[in-house]
Design a protein around this ligand. Structure first.
Ligand code: GLN
Length: 535
């Protein structure tokens, strides 16, 4: 089948949930038997978000091939179950970098390098490259129509309709249709302006997805249809939802999947099949009992920094017939007041970088261990648990320091060997998926139910192999190791309701239909604690 290209653009403001919309569209099409992939273009100049502060960018989503990518790729995977790679996320920085490198190699000798055609050609090449072999590729353009940075991307996707045939290309605008409280009215003007802006570039949207707090009446749809030059049935409503997994269902109710396949003359292989998804959402929305999960992190003011962790907690909670309530605890405050964790049913220490907050994370790991509160540590959360264990239980000299992120090394949490060789930071992390061999007699093996698993990594530090014997002798259980390098991948403490920490980031592989086994076990333990406390 000829590949079809769907472009999703954002109008009026950012944070409208373009990523969720794109993921939902891809999911619906894939559930009509089509082979689908997704792609995200980010208009910033960084090569990838790996070096950006989570406060600016939110979580860095790690793909199995070790890409440090935009968090929207997390939605793509969670909604569609389709594995993303580095290639599915391209930044303006990457595009420029490729062109400049080629220029230096003399590949354009004689030419003046320009945005059109050189940069736009590279963007087009990327779209076609990602789409190769698929029935449909859904490409989300980051940013908002009207941003200077996104212009080359919009120009490139305009040209693509010429290159590939207009019938093979579809433009979807996700826009804000605000409700003005004082006037008691829904306003379409910002949407009209956005559509004018993209029409100036030469793009006419085929479908407009309207994000709105209020129901959009027929009258408003007529207006948007008329002023924005789209058919009325192509004006789709996307109301605010409590549960983001409802979005594809809401789209399907408005027949968005048929509109798309109809407009592009796609012959789907089957009718839409989302009954499992419907059941899941219905079940989730009926849950009443709550588990309280404390997250001891440093970016607690920006929930976007922990998108995948929150998603994994949510999926696992639903599987346990509970819903999570997150208690955000600024890790710094736990040094003095670890008992802040008392009200929680379980404690999670997520990944993180830098020293700030580290002592608090160690305090959280210690408190959860001593007070038998279920604990899940992710990457830095494993380092915190190991440091606390080496201090209190092994009484190791030098373990008092948390300086492992600085020049003074911590004895137990050490740089990876390749880091030492390189002696430089930045772009030298252990990234992507690696095998983990699980040992018998461990809770982790029980939970996974299989002895080799692949999990995603993003770190520079690890448990120093010199200390593994001492740690083990004192009761720390090494539950999983990398079969090749023997690096520690999972630790556990027994004689505790649930105390597991991983060197990898299991949260990246959780899916609402397939919750991650470690998170499932963690939430089950939280639920047990919650029930016990009610007794
Ligand atoms: N900063 C730690 C390291 O580099 C932990 C990283 C993480 O939690 N992802 O190893």
């Amino acid at each position: 089948m000829q590949t079809r290209y769907i472009f999703v653009l954002g109008g009026v403001v950012s944070s409208l949930g373009k990523g969720i919309a794109s993921a939902s569209i891809a999911m619906l099409l894939s559930r009509m038997g089509l082979s689908v992939t997704l792609q995200k273009f980010d208009p910033y100049i960084n090569i990838d978000p790996g070096t950006m502060n989570p406060y600016q960018h939110g979580e860095v989503f790690v793909t199995s091939d070790g890409g440090e990518t935009d968090l929207d790729l997390g939605y793509y995977e969670r909604f569609t179950g389709i594995n993303m790679t580095k290639n599915n996320n391209t930044t303006a920085g990457q595009v420029y970098n490729t062109i400049i490198e080629k220029e230096r190699k003399g590949e354009f000798l004689g030419d003046t390098i320009q945005v059109i055609p050189h940069i736009t050609d590279e963007i087009k090449r990327k779209v076609k490259f990602v789409g190769t072999g698929f029935d449909v590729v859904v490409t989300e353009i980051g940013g908002t129509v009207g941003d200077i940075e996104s212009l080359p991307f919009l120009e490139a996707i305009r040209q693509l309709a010429l290159d590939l045939g207009r019938e093979n290309v579809l433009y979807i605008l996700v826009t804000l249709v605000p409700y003005i409280e004082s006037a008691g009215e829904i306003k379409t003007k910002p949407t009209q302006h956005s559509v004018h802006r993209i029409r100036e570039i030469g793009i006419q949207p085929d479908i407009i997805i309207c994000r709105s707090e209020k129901h959009i009446s027929d009258e408003i749809k007529d207006k948007i249809s008329l002023f924005c030059n789209v058919q009325k049935d192509c004006v789709i409503e996307a109301p605010n939802v409590e549960n983001i997994y409802e979005v594809p269902i809401i789209f399907a109710e408005q027949k968005l999947h048929y509109i798309i396949t109809g407009k592009m003359s796609i012959d789907p292989n089957s009718d839409l099949e989302i009954s499992d998804w419907n059941t899941l959402v219905k079940h989730a929305n009926e849950i009443n009992s709550v588990v309280k999960i404390a997250i001891a992190g440093k970016y607690t003011k920006l929930k976007d920094a922990y998108k995948s962790v929150l998603a994994a907690i949510t999926h696992a909670s639903w599987a346990n017939d509970v819903k999570p309530e997150i208690i955000w605890t600024e890790s710094d405050s736990l040094v003095e007041n670890p008992d802040l964790l008392d009200e929680a049913d379980a404690v999670l220490v997520p990944g993180g970088f830098g020293l700030r907050g580290m002592e608090g994370k160690v305090a959280a790991a210690k408190y959860a261990r001593e007070n038998k509160i279920p604990y899940l540590g992710l990457c830095l959360g494993l380092h915190a648990a190991t440091i606390s264990f080496s201090r209190d239980i092994c009484k190791l000299e030098g373990a008092q320091s948390t300086e492992f992120d600085k020049k003074t090394p911590h004895p137990v949490i050490d740089l990876l060997p390749q880091q030492k060789d390189l002696k430089k930071m930045g772009g030298t992390m252990r990234l992507g998926h690696y095998a983990c061999l699980l040992f018998s007699g461990t809770k982790s093996l029980d939970l996974y139910g299989t002895n080799i698993v692949y999990e995603r990594h993003r770190h520079r530090f690890e448990v120093n192999s010199k200390y593994i014997d001492i740690l083990k002798k004192n009761g720390l259980v090494v539950a999983g190791i990398n079969p090749d390098t023997k690096l520690v991948e999972i630790i556990e403490i027994h004689d505790h309701p649930f105390y597991i920490a991983t060197q990898f980031h299991p949260e990246f592989q959780s899916n609402p239909l397939k919750p991650h086994p470690l998170f499932k076990g963690f939430i089950r333990a939280a639920k047990e604690r919650s029930n016990e406390r009610k007794r």
